[in-house]
Write a protein that binds this ligand. Structure first.
Ligand SMILES: Cc1cc2nc3c(=O)[nH]c(=O)nc-3n(C[C@H](O)[C@H](O)[C@H](O)COP(=O)(O)OP(=O)(O)OC[C@H]3O[C@@H](n4cnc5c(N)ncnc54)[C@H](O)[C@@H]3O)c2cc1C
Ligand code: SF4
Ligand code: SF4
Length: 378
């Protein structure tokens, strides 16, 4: 939101980077500006068009837990807060045009290409969350009460499908919950790395459930609980004292077809006995992995990948915000898993490095970029 208001920042949204050419300090970036079908200079985000639109589809932003219309704003804090039309769903009934007093809707907008000149580039395209569907032990997709951490985030969010009320997708209040850690992470069959944020995100989620529903039963099944970071060990200890049960076991999950409750099955690490427990909700703490979008931009820029597919930094200690190409920097989880504080630190480092480069200050990058180099990776 602050970025959108900053007088020195121009936000170019709904746009794809098609190509980058040139040399450090003078890059020509070719953009594909996609149509909004709404004139965003006129649109005030009043929402009158949404009221009248007859098309209702699941909202992907809310992990399909909430509906949206064919004309919609991506989410409540979107910057800029402007409306866009999903042309694949729009039936061109024209009701939104009649409702818009500012004549902002324009169904005949077309995509167009544009070139801009920039001195430096910071890639901050993020990562994607692991899809647990192939892991049959969790029966994700068989039960609406076995959800991913991404879906749980939306359930907890005040602007989410339940407006922050802690109810599961079938409407029942959540009084017992289990988080299953390392789903898709630290697993040689899927991704071997630690995704870094998920242990503490589940501790935070568990605490939230206890705040909303005092006396709630919260179980966290972990592999090794990773509470590294300032104040995190203390938060973990406090959570143990306040009643969150941390169980070192890798469980299986399936649904009780009668109650629709998930049942978690695990070997109790103390007694060695198999235990079955029926709960209101199970959250799979899915990890992070390189996204197709980051792979695509990495290839367009001719950047190297690390052995996992994240963008490779110039040096793991004194060059984490830089790439091997002068003038091209990286920030956030496109370089590897991080939580928000580490992402912010990384972003600040990248911005400082890019600023130093643009002002002619020292830069320790090692080689000149030579166009869209062929990459060995998939
Ligand atoms: C379920 C979940 C819960 C989490 N909870 C916590 C938590 O409680 N605390 C915490 O500290 N961290 C948490 N994290 C981690 C946190 O989300 C990340 O650290 C942070 O989002 C990383 O920021 P980023 O900007 O690098 O990437 P992202 O947040 O992924 O942002 C990348 C952006 O780039 C855009 N983009 C992608 N490709 C392109 C392209 N080609 N062109 C233009 N734009 C593009 C994307 O649309 C996106 O907006 C959580 C993560 C998940 C998945
Ligand atoms: S398109 Fe018109 S009616 Fe819809 S939000 Fe924008 S200004 Fe309001
Ligand atoms: S942060 Fe925790 S849950 Fe996430 S991958 Fe690492 S150990 Fe597993």
């Amino acid at each position: 939101m602050e970025t959108a208001k900053h007088k020195s920042i121009e936000l170019i949204t709904n746009t794809e980077v098609l190509n980058v050419e040139g040399e450090p300090g003078r890059f020509t970036v070719t953009l594909l500006r996609k149509p909004w079908y709404v004139d965003i200079d006129k649109c005030t985000g009043c929402g009158a068009c949404v009221e009248v639109c007859p098309i209702i589809v699941p909202h992907q932003w809310d992990r399909n837990l909430k509906p949206r219309k064919a004309i919609y704003a991506l989410f409540a804090q979107a910057a800029p807060l402007k409306y866009v039309i999903d042309r694949e769903r729009c039936i061109e009934c024209g009701l939104c045009m009649q409702a818009c007093g500012l004549d902002a809707i324009n169904l005949s907008q077309e995509p167009y290409e544009e070139q801009i000149e920039v001195g430096a580039i910071v890639v901050a395209t993020g990562a994607e969350v692991f899809d647990p569907s192939p892991m049959t032990r969790y029966h994700y997709g068989d039960s609406e009460n076995i959800v991913t951490n991404m879906e749980f985030e939306r359930i907890c969010n005040a602007a989410g499908p339940t407006e922050g009320e802690l109810v599961r997708p079938d409407g029942k209040h959540i009084h017992s919950i289990a988080f299953v850690q390392c789903v898709g992470s630290r697993d040689l069959n899927y991704n071997p790395w630690c995704s870094f944020f998920c242990c503490m995100a589940s501790v935070k989620g568990g605490r939230l459930v206890m705040e909303h529903a005092p006396g709630a039963e919260v179980l966290i099944f972990y592999n090794d609980l990773r509470a590294c970071g300032k104040g995190f060990e203390e938060l973990y200890q406090r959570s143990v004292e306040e009643g969150i049960q941390f169980i070192q076991a890798i469980p299986s999950v399936y649904e009780n077809r009668t109650t629709r409750n998930p049942i978690i099955v695990y070997e109790d690490p103390r007694s060695g006995r198999m235990v079955q427990k029926e709960l209101d909700l199970v959250v799979l703490a899915c990890g992070l992995q390189p996204s197709p979008s980051t792979r695509d931009i990495r290839k367009k820029l001719g950047l190297k990948r690390d052995s996992y597919g994240f963008i490779k930094e110039r040096h793991p200690i004194d060059g984490v915000a830089e790439t091997a190409f002068k003038g091209i920097f990286i920030a956030g989880i496109c370089q590897g898993p991080k939580d928000i504080p580490d992402t912010a630190t990384h972003g600040s480092a990248s911005a400082a490095k890019a600023g130093g480069f643009l002002s002619g200050g020292s830069s320790s990058t090692i080689s000149k970029r030579s166009g869209n180099e062929k990459d060995d990776s998939s």
